[in-house]
Design a protein around this ligand. Structure first.
Ligand code: ADP
Ligand code: MG
Length: 253
């Protein structure tokens, strides 16, 4: 029998995080995180402010450099110093609380610029993909609008369509509805729900407990840089096992 070197995860695993630690200076923000996200799975990450949720997401696409531990995305080790980070990043869509659209570009050009520059698609091909994705998020009629002419919810849906236009294998969402007026939250969640139903692998940091309950396959509760508990939404949200989870839920539910 041949000895194989330490093997990466199986193909059906979209994200695998092993013993992830992250320090900012002397502050240990992630204290040994381990979990996997399967292909097609929707994982919601909940927890109090400052618990390390954003840092965790940002480590997955190396917007933050892990201090130690390993992260695999679609079987590729992103924490390998020789990894092709640009290629891996291209396979990961990220949507932030702030929409980060280019204000001087139309919605259409916001959606085509990276397709053309990074994926080297023709103008016609990029516009076709952009229009398909604007259709998905319900913004086909805003193709020539500028970001300032859109509501926050429409801007966020345009940002989601922009991410989708790059053809990601998985999507990371960091509190995508937290900056929105309450009446605009539903439209954005509906788009995310549709993506989930269509089989997109998603990791979603959110305070929207009803979304987590209805859409997530798994809920992860973080506090103080560790995963305190995780499981099916009905269990974690409805019957939490840990005092810290109970305290958190009693504040947000
Ligand atoms: P959450 O998203 O759960 O609110 P964060 O991941 O943003 O938490 O932050 C976790 C901790 O790390 C906080 O104490 C925060 O102040 C700290 N932190 C986050 N980013 C940085 C940074 N770039 N430099 C220093 N400290 C940071
Ligand atoms: Mg955060």
């Amino acid at each position: 029998m041949t000895m194989s070197k330490e093997s990466g995860p199986a193909a059906e695993i979209a994200i695998e995080i092993r013993e992830l630690h992250k320090y900012f200076g002397k502050l240990e923000v992630l204290k040994g995180i381990d979990f996997t996200v399967n292909r097609g799975e929707v994982v919601c990450v909940i927890g109090p402010s400052g618990s390390g949720k954003s840092t965790l997401l940002r480590c997955v696409n190396l917007l933050e450099e892990p201090t130690s531990g390993k992260i695999f995305v679609s079987g590729n080790e992103v924490t390998d110093p020789n990894a092709n980070i640009d290629k891996i990043r291209r396979s990961i869509g990220m949507v932030f609380q702030q929409f980060n659209l280019f204000p001087h570009l139309s919605v259409l050009n916001n959606l085509t610029i990276a397709q053309r520059r990074v994926l080297h698609r023709s103008k016609a091909a990029a516009e076709k993909v952009a229009l398909q994705n604007l259709e998905i998020v319900g913004l086909a009629d805003k193709v020539h609008a500028y970001p300032a002419q859109l509501s926050g919810g429409q801007q966020q849906r345009a940002a989601i369509a922009r991410s989708l236009s790059m053809g990601p294998d998985l999507m990371l969402f960091d509190e995508p509805t937290s900056a929105l007026d309450p009446e605009l939250v539903g439209d954005v969640l509906a788009v995310m729900r549709k993506l989930a139903t269509d089989g997109m692998t998603m990791m979603v940091v959110t305070h929207e407990m009803s979304f987590a309950r209805d859409v997530a396959d798994r809920v992860i509760f973080m506090d103080g840089g560790v995963v305190v508990e995780q499981g099916q939404p009905a269990d974690v949200l409805g019957n939490p096992q840990h005092e810290r989870t109970k305290t958190f839920l009693s504040r947000v539910l």
